[in-house]
Design a protein around this ligand. Structure first.
Ligand SMILES: Cc1cc2nc3c(=O)[nH]c(=O)nc-3n(C[C@H](O)[C@H](O)[C@H](O)COP(=O)(O)OP(=O)(O)OC[C@H]3O[C@@H](n4cnc5c(N)ncnc54)[C@H](O)[C@@H]3O)c2cc1C
Length: 404
């Protein structure tokens, strides 16, 4: 393993850091405080997305031949950590675009690529989303619970040379602002999800497809999670990107390798809380001296530093491994379990160090804490990741979205 960063990785890491501080930070805090998600939608900072397109961030995962930077998982993780220093919710628009641009290029047919790629590449506001979760199907699809009664219920039924889709997805990140959606559907109800799903690529504006409610979440309020509603939505077979019945495997082909980037959120938010609180303890005076000089505070800071360093090490290692052809999914899952715990834990310690100030919305820890609590509930919950490791330890190979 060689974790020395290349000049290009350092350049992209700096690009993301500068962008986060210069373009994102000035606008996100005010939008985060809006109580109505529909208001956030109205005031969504499209100029920041456009600027992200201009500097090459939005399309960074496209191969160089298509005008991108060809970033792998390790560079993705480094860049995401920097963007999250401004706002993890808004950063997700780039995170999702990086993940799904690769699906578009690597896993879709040449004809599909020629048709859909320009719609993403050449439109500086084009964002991407993936719809798997539904009101009655959460972990069941991701574990997977592979019985006919479990998992995705949104149906796609053959109709001449096309398909008719009906059902509702929810919690979908970036949904209310995205233009292209990878959507998992049920094409066979007599079997479980590993044989009964088929994935389609669906454009915003397709008749019968609309965005429903924008979710009112405790944190990451600029992530724009929303429902996808399909009512007799007819799409040609051309939009079917997976083989019939292999929809979960299609999504797993990018999902599993990107699990280390799930850990990046915990790492990034822990770092954001830590960096803020260290400065705070240098200026807050109680007991006649800056509180960083009190042993109890220093002890907490030392513990926080150790936890963050460990989270960084395990995430970088897993991301590096995910860039190798013989990646073993357990490394990403372990990184995601550890870093997803570290995020909220470090925020909790920062809150305690700051006393009552930490609880006030005038200070950033309250927001970072709300954002960090997301880490337990993305890509199939931290507990499901733990169960996966337990299964691997007893030799059960239940493949799926998290472990290909
Ligand atoms: C901020 C955010 C962004 C998201 N973005 C997306 C997105 O872009 N696209 C998308 O498709 N989804 C997205 N999701 C949905 C996310 O993947 C699901 O919330 C997650 O998979 C859990 O599903 P659920 O919420 O239905 O919980 P449930 O499946 O109802 O789980 C409830 C509890 O039961 C436990 N549990 C479930 N099954 C088992 C089992 N078999 N054995 C033991 N314990 C079990 C879980 O660990 C959990 O504690 C997002 C969610 C959030 C919060």
């Amino acid at each position: 393993m060689d974790l020395r960063l290349s000049d290009e990785q350092i350049r992209l890491q700096r690009l993301a850091r500068d962008f986060a501080m210069r373009e994102m930070k000035p606008v996100v805090a005010e939008l985060d405080k809006l109580s109505d998600p529909n208001e956030v939608q109205k005031r969504f900072p499209w100029n920041v997305i456009k600027e992200g397109s201009k500097v090459g961030l939005r399309t960074a995962a496209l191969p160089r031949e298509y005008g991108g930077a060809g970033i792998g998982i390790l560079t993705h993780l480094l860049m995401l950590e920097e963007l999250c220093q401004a706002d993890s919710g808004f950063a997700t628009h780039f995170h999702q675009a990086w993940k799904m641009a690769k699906l578009l290029v690597q896993k879709c047919s040449k004809e599909q690529r020629e048709h859909f790629l320009p719609k993403f590449k050449d439109d500086d506001t084009a964002l991407l989303a993936v719809g798997i979760t539904e009101p009655d199907s959460g972990c069941d699809t991701l574990m997977p619970y592979d019985e006919p009664d479990g998992g995705v219920r949104t149906t796609a039924v053959r109709d001449g040379d096309g398909w008719v889709i009906n059902g509702t997805k929810h919690f979908i990140a970036c949904a209310s602002v995205a233009k292209l959606f990878f959507v998992a559907t049920r094409t066979d109800r007599t079997v479980g999800v590993t044989k009964g799903l088929t994935t389609f690529l669906i454009e915003k504006g397709t008749p019968g497809f609309r965005i429903g409610r924008i979710h009112d979440k405790m944190g990451n309020r600029l992530m724009m999670n929303a429902e996808l509603i399909f009512e007799n939505c007819r799409v040609p077979d051309f939009n079917r990107v997976s083989e019939v019945g292999r929809g979960l495997q299609f999504l797993a082909s990018f999902g599993a390798r990107h699990v280390p980037t799930t850990g990046a959120f915990g790492l990034a938010l822990a770092r954001a809380a830590f960096e803020y609180v260290v400065e705070y303890t240098k200026s807050r005076v109680q007991g006649g001296k800056p509180i960083i000089e009190h042993t109890t505070v220093a002890l907490r800071l030392g513990e926080m530093a150790a936890q963050i360093e460990a989270a960084r090490a395990v995430c970088l290692q897993a991301a590096w491994m995910a860039d190798q052809p013989d990646y073993d999914a357990r490394h990403g899952i372990l990184a995601s379990i550890f870093a997803s715990d570290v995020g909220p834990k470090i925020c909790d310690m920062a809150l305690q160090i700051m006393g009552g100030y930490g609880y006030m919305r005038d200070y950033p820890i309250e927001k970072i804490m709300r954002d960090a609590l997301m880490c337990y509930h993305i890509d199939g919950t931290s507990d499901v990741h733990r169960i996966k490791i337990g299964e691997m330890l007893r030799g059960v190979a239940r493949t799926g979205y998290i472990a290909e």
